[in-house]
Ligand binder design. Structure first.
Ligand code: DGJ
Length: 723
């Protein structure tokens, strides 16, 4: 990895693993993009400059006969002086004008990556900071670029500064602009809804803007904060893919714009819809980080770049590669209907089966026998749990198991002591009624007093009980974005301030209890983003626990996020969400493609099921290192075929697992042949289950036919060992 500046050509060249990024400071002082793609030589790239179609182009201010700002591939587009593309920044100056001309001032290269204050970001790498200043010296932008030698990503962000003597307003403050040389791209995005998160969408770009966003004050199940641009012929294993993922958990936008000159610009960051930010003299505004992955090995290569980046530079180092809790959760077993004997019995029933943690889900606190009351009252309900949490924890610990507890720290029920005492702590506009969602409201995390209360209430429970694990849920989206504590002109800062408030309580609760393992959750996977992953090494992927539907959800999620970040449980059949009945073994194989657990009433296990669980957990433990650290190769897509086929290959290629799933069996099936992926072509492997010994190249080019029985929803697992 390296950051170089060529004084003669005024070119900055950043080289990372399998990628190169270059721009130069042109004669106007404008940082003009030159290249982003596969590694190249250190040639002067200015020969690539080209100017295409223009329409009534305006020159830069005061200089005639020079191409417009609109004509240059941009590192950060700005508005009002001839550039009509989507600007990355829009500022309102004291006079009401919205002009800024951000030109090169200076640069620095730092080896210790600066943190963003109050927001998560990647660590490590080498960072270039470009200081841009407006011509009138009243406004500035710093552009951050970080490259790595162990993952094919470049991290980008911007910091905006008010250098003037009066207050200004930011109407838009995106994290980056990225110029691409042509328009031959398709957009891949991950859309969804509750229980159907991160499904795959792929559409061609067109002239104008294609955009995805969230206006929900959360990253949302609707559209993940991720967009990839693919060449039309890019497949899972071949071709160029450029992916951008925001390390951000609030309302965001990502845009791909095709311009008349045939170029494309990618930009985005905090959603400027319902946003503006007052910047006092001397103040600065930091934007969230955008992680941009490059691959010339198809969508799969892009995914592996993100996985490496997040495992090496984002997720808590203490937990990211360590064996995860293998848990049993009582939610689908009991919902709100439990007591101490029932919970102890659930733990007893899995004792000795390889399950090491009992997680007590919703309903242990306040008045909470259904979802209409109690949120916010983080006091143990001893009428329901005689002997309190201690009775369960002591029992679980006596079995040698760990204990986990559910919270929903950001929420409050209308029927709760907290709401009755502090109605103003809830988001909402005083003279209007609030929208309900799951009968609950959201606490105003923009307020420090509210955050302090949450931190104390949750920490007290964690510290006064022997809690090993916390599941942090978030079951509705914000409406009526308004805070009692923000002045009127600052109310449109709300969505970003909520994110900062969320990170603050995570910092204090999660990082304040470093020995406790925290899992993220949001009514399933409605807040599955890199910022959440920074605090929570794994996230409950979806409330849909049906193995068949999970193949799509987990396939889509893996486009960006590593397997180890996906929490996946084996549940009962008929499945509570879909009513499907799938084989127990299939449910285990699919759920074991992530951080795994069981979520069913173990007191009803037959002896045969107990034996199966023991077998399954032993198998999982044997190959957990692949889930935590291996390279993922998706082979058959459940969106396009009857199959879901994935391989996980050890980094040193010494072993691999192949998961083959077929949706429906039918009479007279066609032969299904699976070609393995990711093996060392020269090495010799044994395919354990079939006793076949062959070269990696043979398994990858010739393939073999998995032994699907005549059964719907059937999954098989094969192991390859290098010999
Ligand atoms: C939604 C979560 O996704 C579920 O797993 C469960 O924790 C419920 N909330 C509890 O209310």
């Amino acid at each position: 990895m390296s950051v170089n500046y060529n004084n003669e050509t005024k070119t900055f060249t950043l080289t990372g693993k399998n990628l190169c990024y270059a721009f130069w400071i042109n004669d106007l002082g404008y940082p003009e993009h030159l290249y982003f793609g596969a590694p190249i030589g250190s040639d002067d790239l200015r020969f690539t400059r080209a100017f295409g179609a223009t329409s009534m182009a305006a020159t830069p201010p005061g200089i005639d006969n020079v191409p417009s700002y609109n004509a240059y591939p941009s590192e950060l587009s700005f508005f009002g002086t001839g550039d009509y593309r989507e600007p990355a920044v829009q500022v309102v100056n004291p006079s009401g004008d919205r002009l800024c001309e951000l030109l090169f001032d200076s640069y620095e290269v730092v080896s210790l990556k600066p943190k963003i204050s109050g927001m998560p970001s990647l660590d490590g790498g080498e960072t270039l900071i470009i200081h841009l200043k407006d011509r009138l010296n009243r406004f500035a932008a710093d552009l951050y670029y970080t490259v790595y030698d162990d993952c094919s990503v470049i991290a980008r962000r911007a910091v905006y500064k008010n250098l003037g003597a009066s207050e200004i307003r930011l109407e838009r403050a995106y994290s980056f602009s990225l110029a691409l040389p042509d328009r031959s791209y398709e957009m891949l995005s991950l859309y969804g809804v509750w229980a159907k998160e991160r499904h795959i969408d792929r559409i061609p770009l067109h002239h104008g803007v294609v955009s995805i966003d969230s206006k929900r004050t959360t990253s949302s199940a609707t559209l993940n904060p991720f967009m990839a641009l693919l060449r039309p012929d890019t497949s899972e294993s071949h071709g160029e893919a450029i992916g951008v993922n925001l390390v951000y958990s609030s309302s965001y936008v990502l845009k791909a714009e095709v311009n008349p000159d045939g170029t494309t610009q990618l930009t985005g960051g905090i959603n400027d819809f319902d946003f503006n930010w007052k910047l006092a003299p001397g103040e600065e505004f930091e934007t969230p980080e955008a992680v941009i992955a490059y691959s010339d090995e198809g969508i799969g290569g892009m995914s592996r770049a993100f996985h490496d980046a997040y495992r090496e530079h984002l997720i808590n180092k203490r937990f990211v590669k360590s064996p995860r809790p293998l848990l049993i959760n009582n939610w689908e077993a009991t919902y709100f209907n439990f007591d101490v004997p029932k919970l102890c019995a659930i733990a007893d029933a899995v004792n000795g089966l390889g399950i090491d943690t009992l997680v007590l889900d919703d309903g242990w606190f306040g008045k909470r026998d259904n979802d209409t009351s109690g949120l916010g009252d983080w006091v143990v309900n001893t009428e329901k749990l005689h002997g309190g949490l201690k009775a369960i924890i002591d029992h679980v610990h006596s079995l040698g198991m760990k204990f986990g507890l559910w919270f929903e720290p950001e929420m409050v029920s209308e029927d709760s002591d907290l709401f009755r005492a502090h109605p103003d702590w809830t988001i909402g506009v005083p003279d209007r009624k609030r929208c309900y969602s799951r009968h609950q409201f959201v606490l105003d995390l923009t307020r420090k007093d509210v955050r302090d209360h949450i931190v104390k209430a949750v920490s007290d429970i964690i510290e006064n009980n022997e809690i090993d694990y916390v599941k942090w849920d978030y079951n509705r989206n914000v409406t009526e974005s308004w805070s009692y504590c923000l002045e009127a002109e600052r109310q449109m800062e709300f969505a970003h301030r909520y994110a900062l408030g969320f990170y603050d309580i995570c910092e204090r609760i999660v990082n304040g209890h470093p020995d406790v393992f925290f899992e993220g959750c949001s009514g399933g996977g409605a807040r599955f983003d890199p910022a959440v992953l920074y605090y929570f090494p794994q996230i409950w992927t979806s409330d849909d626990s049906d193995a068949e539907e999970r193949t799509k959800i987990q396939y889509g999620t893996s486009v960006v996020y590593p397997l180890s970040s996906m929490s996946c449980h084996v549940s009962v059949c008929p499945n509570h969400q879909t009513n499907h009945t799938t084989p127990f073994e299939t449910r285990a194989i699919i759920a074991h493609l992530g951080a795994t657990g069981y979520e069913l009433d173990s007191t009803r296990f037959t002896e045969e099921e107990k034996a199966a669980v023991k077998r399954q957990t032993e198998a999982y433990k044997k190959s957990e290192d692949l889930v935590l650290t291996g390279d993922l190769y998706r082979i058959d897509s459940p969106f396009e075929t009857e199959f879901f086929t994935e391989a996980i290959v050890a980094k040193d290629k010494s072993k691999a697992e192949l998961i083959c799933y077929r949706r429906f069996s039918s009479i007279n099936n066609e032969i299904k042949r699976v070609k393995m992926a990711g093996l060392d072509p020269q090495a010799t492997y044994r395919l354990e289950e079939k006793g076949i010994v062959a070269k990696g190249s043979t398994f990858m080019n010739v393939g073999f036919a998995p032994d699907f029985p005549r059964h719907d929803f059937y999954a098989l697992k094969y192991h390859f060992t290098e010999i």
